[in-house]
Design a protein around this ligand. Structure first.
Ligand code: COA
Length: 167
């Protein structure tokens, strides 16, 4: 039986990169509806506010009609229960992602046994990419064009310029 699956792609997306977008586009071909669930990762210091990250994701996914952006706080497992979704999408870049992702997938299933995590292999051109690295390159004046969508590049450059003025 084919059920209408609502899949959730959670993350901090600070900022969203071309690697994230690649996963979103491919997931949008696999599932009838995707919610990108933006949250604060308590272990990370974010450069963009939650609303700014939502706005950026909205811009880069505007052509994908089955993709919606939302946000949550607290436990991901509770958020999924609240919106009645039990499918999580995560990207896997390199072997070192696996341990963390494996732990998170098992923990989410422990919290709610209905939750299944589906992993998509990142496109090989983005295996080395991370949001922190993009931020660092931008702060050091490097070219980030190949790593983030155009609107993200523009906003990140603005943010970095403001930060260096205030320091
Ligand atoms: N291509 C390129 N880079 C990618 C990528 C891809 N396909 N997928 C992920 N990344 C990078 C991101 O850029 C990011 O880089 P950074 O560490 O430098 O910021 C990193 O990989 C992972 O970021 P992201 O996918 O945005 O997720 P996250 O690890 O920040 O967030 C949550 C993880 C939000 C899902 C997790 O913290 C969570 O569930 N929080 C809610 C609280 C909770 O329930 N905790 C218990 C969990 S068991």
């Amino acid at each position: 039986m084919t059920k209408k699956i609502l899949a959730v792609y959670p993350g901090s997306f600070d900022p969203p990169t071309k690697g994230h977008l690649d996963i979103i586009i491919r997931a949008s071909h696999l599932f009838p509806k995707i919610i990108i669930a933006v949250t604060k990762n308590i272990n990370k210091k974010h450069i963009f506010s939650l609303q700014e990250r939502i706005d950026l994701l909205q811009k880069i996914t505007e052509k994908l009609k089955n993709v919606k952006i939302s946000s949550f706080s607290g436990l991901l497992a509770n958020y999924l229960e609240n919106i009645n979704s039990f499918v999580l999408i995560r990207g896997l870049r390199v072997l070192s992602d696996f341990e963390y992702e494996f732990q998170m997938a098992l923990m989410n299933r422990k919290l709610n046994k209905k939750i299944e995590t589906i992993f998509l292999m990142t496109d090989q051109s983005y295996t080395f990419l991370s949001s922190s690295m993009v931020k660092e390159i931008a702060m050091l004046g490097g070219n980030i064009k190949n790593f983030v969508p155009e609107c993200v590049e523009k906003e990140l450059k603005k943010r970095v310029a403001n930060l260096s003025k205030s320091n």
